[in-house]
Design a protein around this ligand. Structure first.
Ligand code: ADP
Ligand code: MG
Length: 514
């Protein structure tokens, strides 16, 4: 030790190990460094000392403010000159492996001896990797935070997409445990909250089919890797609705299937529209066929009628000439005529169905039409035991229609209603506004009768379809109604189930000119 050394009260090695211990304990690296260097400074017995940390781009922080700051240039110059320092100023590079982190500078009021420089160097050496680690950690933490935020955003984004889909969607894993459950699934068919569903097996939650069957459906996808699709009918929401179920295989990474995605889509409206379309297509085809046949039938009927008439005249001539004509002949001619007339009526009915004569139309009030139709059937013997009631909305817009044809339609519907209620009951005629312009006017005939079997529903508008005893029904009523309403630009539909009564509904466009 040189005589100019500041006398340290402790042994240099003890000082260094003391500083090393202080540097190693505690959380924050800056606090630890400051603490260790304070110890060094007090060991040096310096009255005044400054301590600064430099990074690659200059001063990072002043660990201890001194009288006289060391400039970054001064530090750089000293380091270029081989480091070290002089008398009262010491500078040490902070190096961690290949990385140059910066430098540590110390200026004291007392000159620094070799012990002090050794201790200072030790602090710098221990500090460097610590700082490097802390720096990397900070960077890493920043990166993790950024990535986490990004992932959160991405997840929120995909969650939002999945939740916005108008279909129910859930995902199960290999153990049949629910891993995703979207918003629609919470409100949909069975209304189970996401919290309730996540993590539980699907068999605990879904009861539309026995667990065995459900398991088979999922296993099929796991095994074959092929999409499965089928339609089910559910009454979970009260009324019967049709759902198209799609099961899709999902792979996380490698080729093995890890999950199955199930999508449930309410296709009730679509199915109904499809059925309606198929129905009107079919009726249009039948109509065309019928029209063609009827024209063919009309001519021979006219011929038969004409021949029968001239035969009648011949018989008169023969009688006038005194010939004994069998009396039965007149009877036969009368039967021929009556049957021809009957055929004509059927032909006319069919023609009405296939292409109703587009009769003159005028603005009409549907409520008046209903009242007139009710008036016409009320006194009929078939309605004696029945109640007829009307519920008419005074605000229904007018329609452009042939009132007589509409009356004909309503009467046909009321007669059918009466036939469906052999003993007693109430027939209600109701009018109301529709929700859209092309179906602005709605008239319904509601009965409490036997209802219509599911299998028959698709056929009742076909000409000649009847479930009534021969002689009682021709099967033409509804087909003619269908033709007339279609010709008016409207639609006729029915709600019915066996034993539950029937509602026949006519939907007509409103008339903007009226
Ligand atoms: N209100 C109703 N209630 C029950 N069944 C009905 C009703 N209206 C129509 N139907 C069924 O539709 C069939 C066809 O009706 P329609 O075309 O009027 O012919 P028809 O009355 O001559 O049988 C009927 O035979 C009956 O089975
Ligand atoms: Mg009928």
């Amino acid at each position: 030790m040189s005589p100019s050394d500041v006398s340290t009260t402790v042994h240099p090695l003890a000082l260094v190990s003391d500083i090393a211990v202080r540097l190693a304990s505690g959380d924050d690296v800056v606090t630890r460094t400051t603490d260790a260097l304070e110890h060094l400074i007090s060991a040096l017995g310096a009255r005044e000392a400054g301590l600064w940390l430099y990074g690659a781009n200059g001063l990072v922080c002043s660990l201890r403010a001194g009288d006289d700051t060391v400039s970054a240039e001064e530090v750089a110059a000293l380091l270029d000159a081989g480091g070290g320092g002089h008398d009262t100023l010491a500078v040490r590079r902070l190096v961690a492996g290949p990385r140059r982190l910066g430098a540590l500078a110390l200026r004291t009021s007392a000159p620094l001896g070799s012990d002090a420089l050794l201790a200072f160097g030790t602090v710098a050496n221990i500090l460097a990797p610590e700082l490097s680690r802390a720096d990397q950690l900070r960077k890493l933490e920043g990166e993790i935070e950024r990535r986490t935020r990004q992932l959160d955003d991405e997840k929120r984004f995909t969650d939002q997409i999945v939740d916005s889909l108008p279909v129910g969607l859930y995902v199960i894993d290999r153990e049949y445990r629910v891993q995703a459950w979207n918003r629609k699934r919470e409100t949909g068919m069975q209304g189970i909250s996401r919290e309730q569903a996540l993590g539980r097996t699907i068999f605990e939650i879904l009861h539309r089919a026995p667990a065995e069957n459900l398991r088979r459906e999922f296993d099929e996808v796991f095994r074959t890797g092929r999409m499965q699709q089928f339609t089910i009918e559910s009454r979970a929401s009260g009324e019967p609705r049709a759902y198209r179920i799609t099961k899709l295989p999902m792979r996380m990474g490698d080729s093995a299937i890890t999950h199955v995605i199930t999508i449930g889509e309410d296709v009730t409206d679509w199915t109904q529209a499809q059925d309606r379309f198929a129905q009107s297509e079919k009726l249009a085809a039948i109509g065309q066929l019928a029209a063609g046949v009827m024209h063919e039938v009309n001519n021979p009927l006219a011929t038969i009628s004409a021949c029968a008439e001239s035969l009648g005249l011949r018989l008169d001539d023969l009688r006038a000439a005194g010939v004994d004509v069998p009396s039965q002949s007149d009877e036969f001619l009368r039967i021929i005529d009556a049957e021809v007339q009957r055929c004509k009526r059927i032909v006319d009915g069919l023609l009405d169905f296939s292409r109703p004569r587009s009769a003159d139309k005028a603005p009409a009030a549907i409520n008046d039409v209903v009242e007139q139709a009710v008036f016409l059937v009320k006194h009929h013997s078939r309605f004696r035991k029945l109640q007829l009631q009307t519920r008419l909305d005074p605000d229904v817009p007018p329609v452009m229609a042939n009132a007589e044809q509409l009356i004909q339609v309503l009467m046909a519907l009321m007669i059918n209603a009466a036939d469906a209620m052999p003993d007693e009951g109430t027939i209600t005629l109701r009018t109301r506004r529709g929700i859209s312009e092309p179906e602005a006017v709605i008239a319904e005939v509601i009965d409490e009768g036997q209802g219509i079997a599911r299998a028959d529903l698709a056929r009742i508008f076909e000409p000649f379809f009847t479930t009534k005893a021969p002689g009682r029904g021709t099967g033409l009523g509804l087909s003619i109604c269908y033709g007339i309403i279609t010709e008016h630009g409207g639609r006729i539909e029915v709600d019915s189930a066996e034993g539950a009564g029937s509602t026949f509904r006519i939907l007509l466009p409103g008339n903007p000119q009226a």
